[in-house]
Write a new protein. Structure first.
Length: 592
């Protein structure tokens, strides 16, 4: 059973009643129940029934956006579930009247009804629909998608005792190192598990005072999904484990990486809660999907708070990426700096991090760095003998002013060169593409548009088709190639890494595209194959590159680089993403 709540202003209750009628078949079949129906106070029902809302329907209009109560608790609580619990949620905006909600936290969710062949969701009562009933049916389709999605998420959630996920806690505080409050950290993590919603799905196994030689055997016996190390780090030299005599023994990054490589079938996440452990995290990330380290000194207090928040999120069903973000937010909220030093690697790539605070000073309390305790010797100062200074007469040389240097003009785009025509015609379907030259690169002047069986047409004029990576590679026309990562990097240098120079003057929600290079990048968003939806149109555009990460990292053959431009940023992001995504394509001309 999926719990649905509808939020609307009072004068839209008639529309709410109509929607409930169209949802009646889902309710009668037992797929949904509606929290706070017409005869109930929706806010009281939400509180008294203590029902977790899975689908929140927003009947949007200018009046809705002006209602502070509707924009408060229910919506905030549901959106917060994205980072606190399993992804059993769905936000479904339905547009009753034209309004601008682009600044709202739910702006990225698709709006139903979706007009055929258009990107902008029209009002439910818009005359372009053949009937009002048709518009409501389309809106209900969005709710049905939400029900299907939530049921899939539930079916993937571990429930049986045999599906428990194990966290292996390793601690090492050799006797020649500074004493740490490792017992406090262990208790904090165990208490977080005891308070969690999914405590029966996790098991915590302790391996205290772990010796370097025992690490292999411990991993072999436990086969954990999460591995957490608490202790001291020494940068490139490695992590400090116990040696045979109780003194510290170093394990460097490469040796740890090779060890974890043997267990990549079981281990999903490694958390190195020690100072300067980024060097080890980076190499372990070649084989383990999620790895956390730190790039600076870390106090005991900071380390405990961060790990407690991280596992509190994990035990409540979040992904490691979401847990990292929550732990960073918790530490920042307490005015402690470890989130500025924590480094998160996802599939070998540094995806989440914040730069260390400038001159943060020495951590208060015990530090998890590898400094061993030593007796301080009294310092003796030798008397200083001052030598007499002989001042030489100063002579000033006449200054010769240099003429100002003229700035070199940046290469400007051209529609043709001596070696190319101004247009190229695709022999496969007869479509014409303008040719542009930026620097030494020759590009298609609009998105590739050859229709394939599984490609998705953009709803924008000249938006072309959205392709998977494999489609983009296999269907490259003769004489062209899919740009590689270096091609995109060279283009970004020529536009000074400013996305507005590439963005078209149309299609972007904030209309900040300058298109100074005639590249005409349209905000086509992406195509979500599993939901059969065009997603984030007007806000983002993505272009495939031919460069993947095969042989570099764990499952790197499934990842390829893509260029992303965002509506609210001048930055251009060039990062690896799954090849199954559907993005726009521009081909680059091979010089003859």
């Amino acid at each position: 059973m999926v719990n649905v709540q509808i939020l609307a202003v009072d004068r839209q209750r008639e529309h709410q009643a109509t929607l409930e009628q169209f949802l009646a078949p889902l309710k009668a079949s037992g797929q949904i129940q509606i929290v706070g129906e017409q005869e109930e106070n929706p806010f009281e029902a939400y509180e008294e029934k203590d029902l977790a809302v899975n689908i929140l329907i927003l009947l949007l209009s200018p009046a809705y956006l002006e209602d502070a109560q509707l924009e408060a608790a229910p919506l905030a609580q549901l959106l917060a579930r994205k980072a606190q619990k399993r992804r059993e949620y769905w936000v479904q905006p339905i547009l009753l009247e034209a309004c601008d909600y682009s600044h709202k936290p739910y702006a990225d969710y698709p709006v139903f009804p979706m007009p055929n062949g258009q990107k902008t969701a029209l009002p439910v009562l818009d005359p372009s629909w053949s009937s009002t009933a048709e518009a409501w049916k389309r809106a209900v389709e969005g709710v049905e998608l939400g029900v299907t999605y939530i049921e899939q998420q539930r079916s993937n959630a571990p429930t049986a005792a045999g599906q428990q996920q194990k966290l292996l806690l390793l601690t090492a505080n050799p006797k020649n190192t500074q004493a740490l409050d490792l017992n406090i950290e262990i208790n904090a993590i165990k208490n977080a598990l005891r308070r969690s919603d999914y405590r029966d799905n996790f098991e915590v196994e302790l391996s205290l005072d772990i010796q370097k030689k025992a690490l292999l055997e411990t991993l072999l016996q436990e086969k954990p999904r999460f591995v957490h190390f608490s202790g001291h780090g020494s940068g490139e030299d490695g992590l400090l484990f116990y040696g045979a005599s109780g003194e510290s023994e170093l394990a460097d990054g490469p040796s740890l990486a090779q060890l974890f490589r043997l267990f990549q079938k079981y281990i999903d996440c490694v958390f190195l809660n020690a100072c300067y452990s980024e060097a080890q995290a980076k190499v372990i990330a070649q084989y383990i999907p999620y790895v956390i380290g730190t790039n600076n000194a870390l106090s005991d207090q900071q380390a405990i708070l961060f790990s407690e928040a991280f596992y509190m999120a994990i035990f409540n069903g979040t992904t490691p990426a979401e847990a990292f973000a929550l732990a960073s937010a918790q530490v920042d909220f307490q005015n402690l700096p470890p989130s500025a030093q924590a480094m998160f690697y996802e599939h070998g790539q540094l995806t989440l991090s914040q730069k260390a605070a400038a001159s943060s000073g020495t951590p208060v309390g015990p530090s998890r760095s590898a400094e061993v305790e030593k007796e301080e010797k009294p310092k003796t100062e030798e008397p200083k003998v001052e030598e007499p200074k002989v001042e030489e007469p100063k002579t000033e040389e006449p200054k010769v002013e240099e003429p100002p240097k003229a700035e070199e003009p940046l290469p400007q785009p051209e529609l043709a060169t001596e070696k190319t025509a101004s247009y190229w015609t695709d022999p496969k379907d007869g479509q014409k593409y303008p040719l542009i030259k930026i620097g030494k690169q020759n590009w298609m002047g609009r998105n590739y548009a050859l229709a394939l069986a599984d490609s998705m047409p953009s709803s924008l004029a000249d938006g072309g088709q959205l392709y998977s990576w494999e489609q983009a590679v296999k269907n490259c026309p003769a004489g062209w190639r899919l740009p590689n990562k270096s091609d995109w990097e060279a283009l970004l240098v020529m536009v000074d890494h400013k996305s507005s120079a590439l963005k078209a003057k149309t299609s972007w929600v904030n209309k900040k595209g300058l298109d100074s290079r005639q590249f005409a990048a349209l905000a086509c968003g992406e195509y979500k194959l599993e939901r059969k939806l065009l997603w984030q149109e007007g806000h983002y555009c993505h272009f495939w590159s031919s460069t993947d990460r095969a042989g570099e990292i764990y499952k790197g053959d499934q990842l390829a680089y893509r260029l992303r431009l965002a509506y609210n940023s001048e930055q251009c992001q060039l990062a690896a993403i799954y090849k199954s995504s559907y993005f726009s394509v521009r081909y680059i001309k091979i010089e003859e």
